[in-house]
Design a protein around this ligand. Structure first.
Ligand SMILES: C[S@@+](CC[C@H](N)C(=O)[O-])C[C@H]1O[C@@H](n2cnc3c(N)ncnc32)[C@H](O)[C@@H]1O
Length: 263
């Protein structure tokens, strides 16, 4: 009987990943090595990574706000800069809040907010069934419920007028710029997760007029946008009767707009 092939050395792994163009080859080598149970599994993972699949899709999870978030193939990988949105929400919310994570993708934002605040009533929704299936697993520990459908459509009507925090990291890449995104996003994340229409604000323009009917008096809508989109985003928020506030984190290259329903 021949002995099974051993795991490759760490430096061999790093060399393979570097040759495939992975900039953070050492970090990736560590993660891939710990995710693989056998040398065969590791070889298959390295091959998938080398073919351009996002690391998070290869190992099946992403780190976000100190949590391990499951991310299935095709589902939007939560970006570290979006932790800024969660921080803004944490500052505004309280334990026991009714939280809705709209356009939830993996459900990372709701899961993070629940982890920070302690018990909350959490609902997440997305149009993509693969995202909903992921979110369902990621928010289960917080007792959250995941719904599938277009924007607010799948949410229980009993939430109307009661939502304290409405997280809505909607797609905001202008259509023409989707082609300029890194291949990992362009080829391996669903188009519906990225494309925000001609100026990137199409989905937001559908969310804001509805949001005001779902928020409790004093409740907050929070979303990420780009610096260039801020004037248009603020106009959209104000046109819906919400009070807009813009916050920027230069370090993380993140801009978050908050729209608060007046009391
Ligand atoms: C930019 S991703 C954000 C995902 C997640 N909130 C995050 O930050 O990691 C946008 C998400 O919006 C969802 N989406 C796009 N259009 C939608 C719609 N009309 N109704 C519900 N979800 C939608 C996509 O499927 C995708 O998961």
């Amino acid at each position: 009987m021949t002995a099974p092939a051993p795991f490759p050395s760490f430096s061999t792994l790093v060399t393979q990943l570097r040759a495939a163009g992975c900039v953070f080859a050492e970090d990736e080598a560590r993660l891939l090595r710990s995710a693989a149970a056998t040398p065969g599994e590791l070889a298959a993972m390295v091959e998938r990574r080398a073919s351009g699949l996002p690391l998070e899709h290869v190992i099946g999870w992403a780190e976000f706000y100190g949590l391990r978030i499951a991310v299935d193939g095709g589902v939007f990988v939560p970006r570290r800069r979006t932790e800024f949105l969660v921080e803004r929400a944490v500052a505004l919310a309280r334990t026991g809040a009714l939280v809705v994570d709209l356009c939830c993708g993996s459900g990372a934002l709701g899961a993070a907010l629940a982890a920070a605040l302690g018990p909350v009533e959490l609902h997440a929704a997305d149009i993509d069934p693969a995202a909903v299936s992921c979110a369902r697993r990621n928010i289960a520990a917080a007792g959250g419920l995941a719904h599938q459908g277009d924007l607010f459509d799948p949410l229980p009507a009993t939430l109307r007028g009661r939502v304290d925090v409405l997280l809505a990291n909607v797609p905001y890449v202008p259509t023409e710029e989707v082609e300029l995104l890194p291949a990992e996003a362009r080829l391996h994340e669903a188009r519906v997760a990225l494309d925000g229409g001609a100026d990137g604000l199409d989905v937001l323009r559908r969310v804001t007029p509805e949001a005001v009917h779902w928020l409790a008096p004093g409740g907050h809508l929070l979303f990420e946008t780009s610096e260039r989109q801020v004037p248009g985003a603020v106009r959209t928020v104000e046109a819906a009767g919400l009070v807009a506030e813009v916050a920027e984190c230069e370090e993380r290259y993140a801009v978050v707009v908050t729209g608060t329903r007046p009391v």
